[in-house]
Design a protein around this ligand. Structure first.
Ligand SMILES: Cc1cc2nc3c(=O)[nH]c(=O)nc-3n(C[C@H](O)[C@H](O)[C@H](O)COP(=O)(O)OP(=O)(O)OC[C@H]3O[C@@H](n4cnc5c(N)ncnc54)[C@H](O)[C@@H]3O)c2cc1C
Length: 475
């Protein structure tokens, strides 16, 4: 297994990036490749740990020690075959996964974890360069028809897995292009749109039909869909953003983060030719409300627009720099993270409550905030700290405080689906309350991660397959 002493010979190498001054001038990806030997050395750090907790850490169950061993030996095709056996789209996860596998790497107990994500990207890109990634050709056509609603990572994975079984698959997508948040949420500097388009093209060449600009619930009803298809897999995402209903919310200049990011992605994708002034951060004081990844994407995008200042605030306390004893390995570490977007420049603050938006003549000019002290986190209770009120100059406030649940109007109402207590589509074993209607991804588990969406899409396709098999037995 790899080099049993590899972790003693080599320390974990950081990813190499283009310099900040260069990369903020455009929206291009900026992570640099390593020379081949460096990937081999880093893969060789994956030791023969006996119980690879990374398998469990990865929602896809990626066989990480096996592909690391193959990379260490220079057997890139073998590495790709292993990786593809559990992950449909390693070119996405190799770029943007927060890598829960690395958080649970056994080496991480007393050393720096293996650099799994960066190796994964190189395996994926080698496969495209070498032509190993080819359209799927199912062994036989089953004649069964599957509709997948939504073309985010869950929908794409469900579509590919269903097509592998020989079913006729149609993906319905209301946006102009396929990809979901891979295309319209995540900025290009993290995931280039051509990488998404390259995958969608392969899926099309596999015989999957993409009907874009087509909203289920509007352009076709649920009843019509059920009549035309043998199974329907809902992968519609968690798209209702959390709002901040405080004084001044109606002022021009207060926007949802996702609207801001989508606009930029549409510009890059040339769906839009002109930048709308209110989504342009140039020369503006930007306040990003919400300390998560969506907020970080707003920071990176605002820096590229040329914002005058960028501040990101978060309601929760500043996380510790290292694991707390209550959060041991191999759990996901709840620690302070500084993303590449933060490295490009932003003021950050924690335990801050947004009190009101302040404006003149209907336009946002400032935001009032106050520091808070948490009294009972389990009950979401906090107190304002006296004399800590602050007025922050602000022309553009971006709400990046998460997503509540999937939309209910249209599709969910028409299918008359049962929802869980959080408002997501209830689908135990990926089966919804309607026969032959399945659900996967963020619309089922709530806003999550690309790696979870791919895992859910795969499992929903298996659930469909099982249902077909059960029907065949009873017929
Ligand atoms: C700004 C942002 C950045 C993120 N960055 C990361 C990251 O770096 N790494 C990571 O792992 N995760 C990230 N995430 C989370 C990740 O993108 C999501 O968890 C993932 O995309 C969910 O996949 P999905 O397929 O379930 O849904 P989505 O990607 O949301 O796709 C749902 C699709 O369904 C379509 N749809 C909805 N209703 C209908 C309808 N009625 N008819 C037809 N089509 C419909 C939508 O248009 C959309 O294309 C980010 C999320 C956001 C918002």
């Amino acid at each position: 297994m790899g080099d049993v002493k590899g972790f003693l010979k080599h320390s974990r190498d950081k990813k190499d990036y283009k310099p900040v001054a260069e990369r903020v001038g455009n929206f291009e990806e900026f992570t640099l490749d390593w020379p081949e030997q460096q990937y081999k050395d880093q893969a060789g750090r994956c030791m023969d740990c006996g119980i690879p907790f990374c398998h469990e850490g990865c929602p896809l169950g990626n066989k990480i020690p096996d592909f690391n061993d193959a990379v260490y030996r220079g057997e890139w095709k073998e590495a790709w075959t292993v990786l593809k056996s559990t992950n449909n789209f390693p070119e996405f996860t190799g770029r943007i996964c927060p890598a829960p596998c690395e958080a649970s790497c056994v080496l991480g107990l007393n050393n720096a974890a293996v650099n799994i994500e960066h190796i994964e990207k190189e395996i994926a890109e080698t496969a495209f360069r070498e032509g190993w990634e080819q359209p799927i050709t199912p062994k036989e056509e089953t004649g069964l028809k599957i509709a997948v609603i939504g073309s985010g990572p869950a929908g794409l994975a469900a579509a590919e897995e269903s097509r592998k079984q020989g079913h006729a698959v149609t993906v319905f997508e209301r946006d102009a292009e396929a990809g979901g948040l891979l295309r319209y949420g995540i900025p290009d500097f993290k995931l280039d749109k051509n990488v998404v388009a390259r995958r969608v093209k392969l899926l099309e060449q596999s015989g999957i039909v993409f009907k874009t600009g087509f909203e289920v619930g509007k352009n076709i009803t649920a009843t019509e869909l059920e009549a035309k298809f043998d199974a329907v897999i809902l992968c519609t995402g968690s798209t209702v953003p959390r709002d901040l209903n405080i004084e001044g919310r109606e002022l021009a200049g207060v926007h949802y983060a996702m609207d801001f990011l989508k606009h930029q992605n549409q510009l890059i994708g040339q769906e839009l030719t002109e930048q709308v002034a209110h989504f342009n951060a140039k020369d503006k004081h930007v306040l990003v409300i919400g300390g998560g990844d969506t907020g970080a994407d707003c920071v990176g995008t605002s820096n590229r627009h040329g914002a005058k200042s960028i501040t990101q605030i978060e309601l929760l306390d500043k996380p510790p720099t290292a694991r707390d004893t209550s959060n041991p390995w191999p759990e996901w570490p709840m620690i302070m993270r500084t993303s590449t977007s933060h490295e490009e420049g932003a003021n950050r603050d924690w335990a801050v409550l947004t009190k009101r938006f302040i404006g003149e003549a209907g336009k946002l000019t400032a935001v009032e905030t106050v520091k808070i002290q948490w009294t009972d986190k389990s009950k979401f209770q906090f107190e304002e700290v006296p004399n800590t009120s602050e007025i922050i100059p602000c022309d553009l406030a971006l709400l990046a405080i998460g997503f509540a649940h999937p939309e209910k109007k249209g599709l969910v109402e028409q299918f008359d689906l049962v929802l869980d207590p959080r408002g997501n589509i209830k689908a135990s074993g990926y089966k919804t309350s309607k026969p032959n209607v399945f659900a996967a991804g963020d619309c089922r588990r709530g806003q999550s991660l690309v790696v979870w969406a791919i895992a859910e899409g795969r499992k929903a396709a298996v659930a469909v397959q099982r249902t077909f098999a059960e029907k065949a037995v009873t017929m």
